[in-house]
Ligand binder design. Sequence first.
Ligand SMILES: [Zn+2]
Length: 307
Amino acid sequence: MKTFCFKLYKAKRNQKLHKQINAAGLTYNYCIALHKRYYRLYHKSLNVYQLQKHLTKLKKIKRFSYLNEIGSQAVQDITQRIDRAYKLFFDNLKRKVRTAPPSFKKIKKYKSFTLKQTGYKLCDNATMLFFKQNINLVAKANKTLSKKKKGSNNRQRAKLALARLHKKINNQRKEFHWKTAQRIVGEYSLICIEDLNVKAIQRRFGKKISDLGFAEFVNKLKYIAERTGSKVIEINRFYPSSQLCSACGCRNKETKNLNIREWICPSCGVVHQRDKNAAINILREGLRIACSMKTCGRDIDHSGENS
Ligand SMILES: [Zn+2]
């Protein structure tokens, strides 16, 4: 199954969609209310099929006409989602994990619903721009925001503009990731990467790394590779890729310091560029893993298309 994620903007042409999302929110809250009432009365949870049947009947009543605004499958999706949420909640109760049961959502905050039925057209007008260009724009938007009086409409507007800009940059980054991943997978059938402990790196270096969204990129890389028969091999994060000399295999622990960009192997005297040396080691280790998988009789190609 392919998954799409889109942001819907408040525009006139989206009015129908907004009405639908609103209806989905109302439906969601109504279902929650029913669940709660049912539990109060019978001390057991409401069956999802019973609920669906009940909602179908309600569609004919004028007060519940919003149920007709959204497709029947979207209504089903809402009931199923709530059902899953309740099951999870009761499971958690059994395991003595404290979580809250699903509860009402503010309609204003209700922002998603599922389109299972076909007949929706996706508009794609994404453009590829450069990141640098945005840095100035963000600084400018921040400055504009800081000048506005607190609580004013203008401030609200400036806030929205800034949020929109961040979203835009985020989208551009995503697109850049997809394109880069596609290019790499298109060129190479074996891709070796270090399984970086992103959370630990974030703790040490802060926002800089999360800006790069490396984990997201790797996920996209794997996603495409899986579908095209390329292989992504992740090297264990404890493999000392930057400490080993790619020429003689000697380990130099002093290179742990990230500031050392270049070093000379104390054993064989070869001059190493930190990143390039590490890359050679990662590739070598990846090939070793790939070969050991092959000799184990496991097929490296997961696609199953090219035998
Ligand atoms: Zn060496």
